[in-house]
Design a protein. Structure first.
Length: 329
């Protein structure tokens, strides 16, 4: 008799980052509860403006690549037969997610059969338990340490976080990015490092005129409409001139119109990651185990190596310098 946890890949269609985060969360929960992990492949994704997918064929190929990207299946258990139970909580019950799973495990253990608990969206239920992710990060992530005087700073700066009034639940001021990067550049230059600043963004125009023909769920379309991201059926993004806004930095490299896999591979090479309130960012931070990871104060409940920092704190400069010094030790 055994119990396994698996992802309900048919329940939600969402972006690639969100679905990979759910898989990591469920795999981590299986370790936390000492039960099996039953891998379920991603079936579809919502296309995004800057994901490098421009037709249905490239979208299907990307889904195949995404399912091969991380070796989830290597850690999957397979029952010959099992009883499946869908386990989804109302939002108001998400804070009881962990205790209810404990209770379910106890009750099902008494029945002497194989069970598969299928979970659609686990990560709201493990808010406040961010270190659970650490149980599986070594299986999938990289642990490179910088031993040279070349320093790589990778920045995720999506349009959703800087648009005027758009997606207020993900809002991060441009000033937050600017203050952190200016301080990092000053401090690292004084220490003799040669820095490269790589921006990952979809905050530029002309990437993709039409998203809907590539498959976007109704739920996502409603979310965009409610947040003023669509005007007469067309994209209504707010864009940035990154070179102008960050002209105080040397060695700027701007990457756009590439897949999430390419983003994660590049950010895995970063010494410092400047992250947004985004699953794309979060997965990048999980996969790069050793980097110094900086988040805005609106982001909470991630593992302890994700460091929240406020540029409005009077001790901001000292706090950032201290984090950097600890990383360089």
């Amino acid at each position: 008799m055994s119990i396994c946890l698996g992802y309900d890949s048919e329940y939600l269609q969402d972006g690639a980052g969100a679905q990979v985060q759910r898989l990591l969360a469920i795999e981590a929960l299986s370790c936390f509860f000492n039960v099996g992990y039953h891998h379920k492949e991603i079936l579809s994704i919502d296309s995004n403006y800057g994901d490098g997918i421009n037709d249905l064929n490239s979208k299907q190929q990307f889904i195949k690549d995404l399912n091969r990207y991380l070796n989830f299946s290597d850690f999957s258990c397979c029952h010959i037969e099992h009883t499946s139970i869908k386990f989804n909580l109302w939002p108001r019950l998400e804070r009881f997610f962990i205790p209810i799973l404990y209770l379910l495990k106890f009750c099902l253990n008494e029945r002497g059969r194989n069970y598969l608990l299928i979970i659609s969206n686990p990560y709201p239920g493990i808010r406040g338990h961010g270190d659970i992710y650490n149980l599986v990060r070594s299986r999938h992530g990289t642990s490179n340490r910088n031993l040279s005087k070349k320093f790589y700073i990778k920045i995720h700066l999506p349009w959703a976080n800087i648009g005027a009034g758009q997606l207020p639940d993900r809002k991060i001021s441009l000033r937050w990015y600017q203050a952190i990067l200016q301080q990092l550049n000053t401090q690292l230059a004084e220490l003799g490092f040669e820095c490269t600043f790589t921006f990952h963004t979809d905050g530029i125009q002309g990437l993709k005129p039409d998203l809907f023909s590539l498959g976007v769920s109704q739920k996502t379309q409603v979310y965009w409409s409610e947040n003023n991201l669509l005007a007469d059926g067309n994209l209504n993004w707010s864009y940035i001139d990154i070179k102008s806004e960050f002209n105080f930095l040397p060695n700027i490299d701007i990457k756009y119109n590439i897949s999430p896999i390419e983003v994660w591979d590049d950010m895995a090479e970063g010494d410092v990651l400047i992250l947004a309130k985004s699953s794309l960012s979060f997965v990048a931070g999980l996969l790069n185990i050793n980097a110094l990871k900086l988040l805005p104060i609106t982001v909470k409940d991630f593992p302890q190596d994700f460091r929240v920092i406020s540029v409005d704190d009077p001790s901001f400069s000292n706090n950032l310098n201290s984090l950097l010094a600890n990383y360089l030790v």
